[in-house]
Design a protein around this ligand. Structure first.
Ligand code: ADP
Ligand code: MG
Ligand code: ZN
Length: 243
């Protein structure tokens, strides 16, 4: 029997693929569903000596999204390298914005008036796609998606239920689609959410330890993941264990 009452605390990192014709740092097409490795060049496959040139349209879409979500727009922008070695990333680093994101401190207002604060929005590039089931001999790599522009929209941990999370995502999708910045198709991966979740006793002022569930691509999967992870964390706490 559970005696304590628990509150769920959720913050989202939402990735949106921008509707530009070309990639963020080269002239390759961003078209979805083309034959593997037909939209690649020395820049987006990280060949030595190639240099990135920023796509102006990416900056425009980022600023539009920031203005529509009541953010401050950062005038002095800078990109940073996030290093990781994995076969979906031939450069072994992702170009992202760590220290000076283009948008900061905004919010999205849900129907009913609750505001979900946005911590920041930054510009970055997508990685390639690994196909693990296409052949029994191993894994295939498709680099067409390498360098496709993304906005990462990071919320504050202001959501408390799966319904609020879905309401926030629907509102965000509506805003971004209206701006023409992305089609936000969850099933094609042009909108993806990482769900950060913790639980705490009702009345507690401090947050619990969070876990992060990455790349969820349907509202149903998100609702399912939230319910399962909430239960898992509560059970751990009830047993006196740590998340
Ligand atoms: P990281 O790079 O480690 O994922 P970020 O700052 O990009 O860190 O994202 C952190 C996300 O986790 C934000 O969306 C934030 O709202 C959320 N978050 C932070 N603390 C908590 C917590 N205690 N419970 C739930 N979500 C949290
Ligand atoms: Mg994260
Ligand atoms: Zn390219």
């Amino acid at each position: 029997v559970m005696s304590k009452q628990y509150e769920t605390v959720i913050g989202l990192e939402v990735h949106i693929e921008l509707a530009t014709k070309t990639k963020i740092f080269c002239g390759c097409s961003t078209e979805f569903g083309s034959a593997p490795n037909t939209h690649t060049c020395p820049v987006c496959t990280g060949m030595p000596g190639s240099l990135p040139v920023l796509n102006k349209k990416v900056v425009e879409y980022a600023i539009r999204t920031g203005l529509a979500t009541h953010c401050n727009i950062t005038r002095m922008n800078k990109f940073d390298r996030k290093n990781y070695f994995y076969p979906d990333l031939p450069k072994a680093y992702q170009i992202s914005q760590l220290y000076l994101p283009i948008c900061t401190e905004g919010y999205v207002e849900l129907t009913g008036g609750k505001k979900i604060r946005i911590k920041e929005i930054h510009m970055e590039e997508d990685a390639g796609k690994l196909l693990h089931d296409a052949t029994p001999d191993g894994t295939l790599a498709d680099y067409n998606r390498c360098g496709v522009p993304l906005l990462e929209i990071v919320s504050e941990p202001d959501m408390r239920t799966a319904d609020e999370v879905i309401a926030y995502l629907e509102k965000l999708r509506m805003i971004v689609q209206y701006l023409g910045a992305s089609d936000c198709k969850l099933q094609e991966g042009s909108m993806r959410a990482d769900v950060n979740l913790s639980v705490r006793e009702v009345g507690s002022e401090t947050f619990g330890t969070r876990t992060e569930m990455k790349n969820l691509n349907s509202f149903k999967a998100i609702a399912h993941a939230i319910e399962g992870e909430r239960q898992r964390q509560i059970e751990l706490l009830e047993e006196g264990k740590e998340v």
